[in-house]
Design a protein around this ligand. Structure first.
Ligand code: IPE
Ligand code: IPE
Ligand code: MG
Length: 242
């Protein structure tokens, strides 16, 4: 059997929770709850398949525009997620990271996220990285500001600024050599980035699928990994046949 090339870092824009619920005559928050449970299923499968990092877009800097009842529910979801799934995450050696403007989170949500990061920091398995209160444009502006501070304080030199040194100022830099996803999957039929990882996805393969996130199954994940393995990643060069 030919060994498939597996992406090291997969990113998922988990979209369609609201429409999933509406289709069933349920309130939108029921979709978010189902989405949360599905994340555990997909994260476990990804970890078992040997994916090294899974980044999931869970809340964007624009999602604060939603009704406060929905925002409040979404802010409580990490509490519920870690309460329910921490034993399982530990068993699978999953390491939690959060990429986003976490200082703006409600105190309880922030505390729970920080505890999960702390509890799992020595785990050796897959990184499960939540893009939570994340927006790529804000992240890039923030990186520019941090860089300019370093420049003013003469910690860096302008001549040394390049793609690699700039990357280190982005929030995703905590993933080190796994910073850039190899594969992006977006569920629910929408074909846009919605301000996710504008820099990091420069050479990612993208797959847009119609399933709503709570319906996205392990079979779908395996199908999409198979599709990834058939892509020819050229990075601006020529394919292997020349
Ligand atoms: C994705 O599902 C989850 C978040 C954005 C938090 P949506 O809530 O966007 O679901 P749809 O797109 O309205 O169906
Ligand atoms: C993107 O989905 C954000 C998350 C999945 C967390 P949205 O549902 O917020 O994106 P738009 O508004 O359809 O672009
Ligand atoms: Mg949506």
């Amino acid at each position: 059997m030919v060994k498939l090339s597996l992406p090291e870092h997969v990113a998922i824009i988990m979209d369609g929770n609201g429409r999933w619920a509406k289709k069933r005559g349920l309130p939108r928050i029921a979709g978010h709850k189902a989405g949360m449970n599905n994340l555990q299923t997909i994260a476990t499968a990804a970890s078992n398949l040997g994916i090294k990092a899974l980044t999931v877009y869970a809340f964007s800097t624009e999602n604060w525009k939603r009704p406060s009842s929905e925002v409040n529910f979404l802010m409580r979801l990490p509490i519920d997620f870690f309460d329910t799934f921490m034993p399982n995450l530990m068993q699978n050696q999953v390491r939690i990271m959060i990429t986003g403007f976490i200082e703006q989170l409600p105190a309880k949500t922030l505390a729970v996220c920080q505890r999960a990061i702390e509890q799992t920091k020595n785990n050796q398995g897959m990184i499960l990285n939540f893009a939570f209160n994340y927006g790529a444009q804000s992240d890039i502006i923030n990186a520019v500001k941090l860089y300019c501070q370093d420049l003013q304080q003469q910690k860096v030199q302008l001549a040394q600024l390049n793609e690699q040194t700039f990357s280190s100022y982005l929030k995703s830099a905590q993933l080190a050599d796994l910073q850039n996803p190899d594969l992006l999957i977006r569920t629910s039929g929408e074909q846009r980035l919605s301000n996710f990882y504008l820099w990091e996805l420069a050479y990612a393969e993208m797959i847009f699928v119609d399933e709503y996130w709570p319906d996205y199954s392990v079979v779908d994940l395996k199908r999409d990994l198979q599709r990834y393995s058939q892509r020819d990643r050229r990075f601006g060069g020529l394919d292997k046949k020349g």
